[in-house]
Design a protein around this ligand. Structure first.
Ligand code: FE
Length: 351
């Protein structure tokens, strides 16, 4: 009896470990695709299932954050099983390209569908990565305490009038590093460092949590204004939970710098891994993600804006947020500026 229990426990443990680390595809197995994904959105599951239904190709997904995936690709080298890589930040896509972790892809479908501004420069062999969706870094504020005119530009977030009111996630998170890198490109090093110093001086609390936590902290009154990616806000706007409805009721939202250089926009993108073994499947997957169904999914499922311009979406939250003016800063400038921004953050004490 005890032996049987022990065996059952061992089998259960084995099953658990198999679920936790799915077996990766054999070399050149056309029916399997190994995907390294930093897209941390549960609803993406339906997207990958759609691909499998359409092609019969199974998707083995390895999840991590952008930095974790980059270091994993580096340490695996030529032995890496990764076929396609999905990252959620422009500077990380740029970094991976610089580090030689991708390979150029030539595809008439991708070139026709993804605008040139949303893919890496084509040096004659194709692009190294392609944007699949975009997201804006917006401000949310407590309507009871803060006037919209106080928070309608990124610069104003450093204004002493907002002392003790600002909340953000860690300054070193890729979403913030890319926003700050764009600001460095837009305003130069002196103004950017001074601005970052002002942000730190205005903090309601030490940076912690994710973007959704900042939104909730505005609604609870702990913060007066916060910075968040648009899709976290849109998710709350579409939620049917009473507590989420209450959050949305209490806050205002603004696209910063509509009268100036436009709101900072980041990109989620895909690339073929440098040492992809299933290259045909990888290309099919990438073209699938640029297709109408997948593009509509990015909007309707995860509340992002599709990279493909002509795609029609039916997302009430995106419709409510409306059209807005986007900044015009190159991904390479944002990527190059990361190291300098991190030094500034260290100097001004922005954790
Ligand atoms: Fe995110």
């Amino acid at each position: 009896m005890h032996r049987r229990l022990a065996l059952a426990a061992a089998l259960a443990a084995l099953a658990t470990s198999l679920v936790a680390t799915p077996a990766l595809a054999q070399q050149g197995d056309a029916k399997v695709l190994n995907l390294y994904s930093a897209r941390h959105y549960q609803t993406d599951e339906a997207l990958y299932e759609g691909f499998t239904r359409a092609t019969g190709i199974r998707v083995n997904r390895i999840d991590g954050d952008d930095n974790g995936i980059l270091s994993r690709l580096k340490s695996e080298g030529a032995a890496s099983p990764a076929d396609v890589v999905l990252l959620v930040d422009a500077a990380r896509l740029w970094r991976a390209e610089q580090d030689g972790l991708f390979q150029p892809v030539r595809s008439a479908v991708l070139e026709q569908r993804i605008p040139a501004a949303l893919r890496s420069e084509d040096a004659g062999q194709g692009s190294q990565w392609f944007g699949v969706s975009t997201r804006a870094r917006v401000t949310v504020y407590d309507k009871a305490r803060v006037q919209p005119a106080q928070v309608d530009s990124y610069a104003k977030l450093a204004d002493p009038a907002l002392r003790g009111l600002l909340c953000t996630r860690s300054g070193s998170h890729p979403y913030n590093l890319s926003l700050f890198g764009a600001m460095l490109d837009r305003t130069g090093p002196q103004a950017t460092e001074q601005w970052l110093r002002g942000l730190v001086a205005n903090m309601a609390r030490a940076p912690k949590g994710g973007d959704t936590d900042q939104i909730r902290a505005v609604a609870s009154g702990e913060c007066g204004v916060a910075i968040t990616n648009s899709y976290y806000l849109a998710r709350l706007m579409r939620s049917s939970k009473p507590e989420d409805r209450a959050v949305v009721e209490r806050i205002g939202v603004l696209f910063p710098d509509q009268a100036g250089q436009g709101t900072h926009v980041n990109v989620a993108g895909m690339a073929m891994a440098r040492h992809a073994k299933n290259r045909d499947a990888a290309l099919r997957f990438m073209e699938y993600l640029a297709g109408d169904a997948a593009q509509i999914y990015f909007a309707d499922g995860n509340n992002e804006w599709p990279a493909v311009a002509q795609v029609r979406t039916q997302n009430p939250a995106l419709a409510a947020l409306g059209d807005f003016r986007r900044e015009n800063v190159s991904v390479s400038a944002i990527g190059r500026n990361q190291a300098m921004v991190q030094q500034m953050l260290d100097r001004v004490g922005y954790r």
